[in-house]
Design a protein around this ligand. Sequence first.
Ligand code: GAL
Length: 714
Amino acid sequence: MANTAVHGTTAGYVSPDITAIAPGIWKLRFGTPETFTPLQCRERQADMAGLATLPEAPAPPFDVSRARGRITASRTVVYLPGAGADDEIYGFGLDPACYRQKGLRKELTVAAAPVTQTGASHGPVPFYLSTLGYGVYVDTARVPVVEVARLAAKSSAEPPAAGETALKTSAAELYAPPQSQEQGEVVFDLRGNGQGVEVFVFAGPQMRQAVQRYNLFAGGGCLPPLWGLGMKYRTWTQADQAMAMEHARSMRRHKIPADMFGLEPGWQTHAYSCSLAWDASRFPDPDGLVADLRQLGLRVNLWEHAYVHPSSPLFERLLTRSGDYLVWGGLVVDFADPEASRIFAAYHEDELVAKGIAGFKADECDRQPITDATPFNYPYCSVFPSGIDGEQMSQLYGYLYQRSLYSVFRRRNQRTWGDVRATTALAAPLPFCLYSDAYAFDEYLRQLLNASFAGLLWSPEVRDAGSLEEYLNRLAMSSFAPQLCLNPWFIPHPLWQQYNAAKNSRGELLPAAEQERVAARMRDIVQLRMQLLPYLYAGFRRYQSEGLPPVRSLLLEFPADTRLRDIDNQFLFGDHLLVAPFMGPGCEREVYLPRGTDWCDFRTGERHAGGSEVRVAAPAGDIPVFVSTPCLLPLAAPLEHVADDAVFDITVRVYGQDPACFDLFEDDGVSFDYEQGRFNRVRLTWADGKGTATRTGTYPAARYNISGWERVGT
Ligand code: GAL
């Protein structure tokens, strides 16, 4: 293997204890791991049955015995072989700024902003992938500094080359980009960890299987309720009950499909910090609201954060089970204490979930960077009764917070679908989507791709827009994400009445006919997502049982196509759709179609060879979508919302010759009974010019009615 030198064997460096722990996964142990790590706090055990279905990997993907560690009183350092000159490295979580990682220095801290090359993000994850076809996870809740194949070890010093100029005179020569310093090694510096760490190596043979192994090691991906795949509409933070209902009814009048209705901070008597109690002046009848929205086919999601205000009924109960500093005047819950987590969960169950609340938006569980004094940073020197320290808590807060909320739903055998603003490694089983206050198109897209390398789900939400074109293109992009969410929390009128935030706030609404036009285009765009809902659900089933992300980087599917190494603005939605959003301004762009298969334009059916580049221009909102050909693509008649007993009427599009079969996943869509085997596989096959659907399994009802087959792109 090229250029994989690791740090020398000088005294002070330790070799790992190596154990094969599952098919294709090896544990490298250096010293004694810390008590609080993602692995110690993980939601689920590894899915050994799922792992057993992946390709065999009898030997580690590189010589793991050459990995080294160094443990001193102040830090643990791990030195790993990285990538050779022709290889690349991806990963490190929800990085908004960088796709390729080689040559960079990362500081993987949970952070809300700003965007830097350091990998600070809402979901920093110390897991990386090499294009050599493997992945490495360092199990830490410290803020690791990672030198990604950029350092020059002393042992690499070379005698001066003949004719080399002694004096470099230009800044360009002196400060050449980091990529040029390829030295192979990936170094994790865990400051504050004086005892050791466990490192996990995941075999491929390609990056895709390494990601699958990593997600299955985490317990497998989450399976949202079927209704979670529909649209989530959040409303104005100051809305009261009457206004919330009016917005919901207006959405229904316009026949815009939606499944969830989100209330922002104003539902509570006190937010920032949170009372977690309904404000009777704005919401006099919460039970009535939940029932009325449910009548309209909408499930309620509540915004909150886990800083507990003195007026909250939870305050006294958590006083001794929280950190020694307040945030926004509220307690920082010691979620690392199982009893604190249980108390928090029990309150949510009794007061909210038992009364019909279907999900939560867990906000503000990240932190601001050191340069920003915004008051939601508790310090790294915080003290928590459980013994977790402030740094570890900052890294794990969002993760443990999700676990507490999720425990309510697990106990009730009821699936949920939530939002969260921070998470970390091994989060795949948790049914929450990350979101952000940031809004740049390219970052949104990059996060969508990077999330797929790290067992994360990203929700590029829509808030407002400067033009109709931008608004529709944003909506379209969001409709091809794991979650489709509209979050105009800061504007009083619904988005179809005015998408421009300033005008909306001033009450300058669009003329009535224009409002109708906007609503109609929204309807079209969301309807396409609803058509794809059974297809997406099948993708999520693969996430859950095979660890394969439902929305993912094309590199995971076409590893041999090196052109994809730089393409961070196109992605795969489910197994067969390549999506290339318009990143505005304008509705025109180049799309690169990967080698290895043909592609049909989803809208026109026009066929293109893989390896080609096509220029697409289309009306706003009709972002380019290409179908890998041959394949079977199930399309449902769009529902306005997914009722518990919804049945989807499906037409199967047949692309090209001899397509492989496609498996739909059929179950009740709302409980965890599928874990006990109560589900069906509806296998779609096409042979001899005829389509067949074969249902096997124990789920007693049919959710999918296959009513037609349609040939395209032959
Ligand atoms: C922000 C959050 C927004 C919105 C807002 C309400 O922290 O990112 O989506 O919920 O709080 O105050």
